[in-house]
Write a protein that binds this ligand. Structure first.
Ligand code: CA
Length: 322
């Protein structure tokens, strides 16, 4: 077992509005508990200008509060944190007309003692691990296109421009309960972790992200990644968090360009297999929900707003999976 001290992990967090949006609906936060354990969280809100920003901020704050006051093990802590965030966003949405329908994604990395980390997520904000010059996803998007990619119906490249790319299958605060995916990872010296909203992962290829994170210290790498997104027109809010485990691999990348690995790390592959069934079951429920929403919408002559229905800015976009 490695003796990595989470307090020695270098981190960076950066979030920006991008080039098109008027409001930054992303939020992020870093927390530390009394044992020195660390938590990074990225949330990407949706549901109108006020709702989206509120949902992501409340989710990050709630996750941080639960983490810092938790006396239980990291896995239970993450489930409890997501549950509490879901309840708080859901209740705020229910009780405030201007926030109705809001929700948010959430991806978080908990750096524990004894060289172990946990990743938890809901929605399509992502986590990656970079090790030995390779980048590997540590989350699988809870999204319509993500599911199509996993089923072999769509390529990653096509998913990035697919008209349904903004539809997510799970979110925090839209339903009374939500099930996060939680996985444990072993840490190695020199590992780099990155959490991001789709404003980054939709614009930069995995190998590009990897090269920057391995080449530059965390603060600088976060700046470079967001600058790159802005140079490409950043149509969405962009959020990046990086954690650099000390020691191990060189931070310099030399020679030929890196190639992306779409292979999940071996230690969480089993977990993903198990949850695939759950995702498909969830997708079926979503389809049923969509039909119900469509019927209600038609019954009201299309007067019900689509707040929270899509991360798209289009004010009258049709209701979709939320
Ligand atoms: Ca986004």
């Amino acid at each position: 077992m490695s003796l990595i001290d989470p307090r020695a992990v270098l981190t960076a967090s950066l979030t920006e509005v991008g080039c098109v949006r008027e409001v930054n609906e992303d939020s992020c936060g870093e927390f530390q508990d009394s044992h020195g354990r660390r938590l990074l969280v990225v949330a990407d809100g949706m549901g109108g200008h006020k709702g989206g920003a509120t949902a992501s901020r409340v989710a990050v704050e709630t996750v941080g509060e639960v983490f810092q006051s938790s006396q239980t093990d990291p896995e239970k802590t993450l489930f409890a944190a997501v549950e509490a965030a879901n309840a708080r966003v859901y209740e705020l949405s229910r009780d405030n007309a201007e926030l109705r329908g809001m929700g948010t994604t959430a991806v978080m990395l908990l750096l524990g003692e004894s060289g172990t980390a946990w990743v938890a997520h809901v929605g399509d904000s992502r986590g990656y691990r970079m090790r030995d010059g390779q980048i590997q996803p540590i989350t699988a998007d809870h999204s319509v296109v993500g599911e199509m990619v996993r089923q072999g119906l769509l390529s990653e490249a096509d998913a990035a421009v697919h008209p349904r790319r903004n539809e997510i299958l799970r979110s925090v605060g839209v339903e009374p309960t939500v099930q996060p995916d939680v996985a444990r990872l072993d840490l190695a010296e020199g590992d780099r972790f990155l959490l991001c909203s789709d404003g980054l992962s939709g614009l930069l290829q995995d190998p590009e992200i990897c090269a920057v994170v391995l080449r530059e210290p965390p603060q600088q790498a976060a700046r470079t990644l967001i600058d790159t997104a802005n140079q490409r027109g950043a149509p969405d809010n962009v959020t990046v968090q990086i954690a650099a485990i000390p020691g191990g691999q060189s931070t310099e990348v030399t020679g030929a360009p890196l190639f992306s690995s779409s292979v999940m790390p071996a230690d969480i592959v089993e977990e993903n297999r198990e949850r695939k069934v759950k995702i498909i079951a969830g997708a079926t429920a979503v389809v049923a929900g969509l039909l119900a929403i469509a019927m209600i919408w038609m019954a009201f002559g299309g007067e019900i707003g689509s707040a929270g229905a899509s991360r798209s800015k289009a004010p009258n976009s049709a209701p979709v999976a939320r």
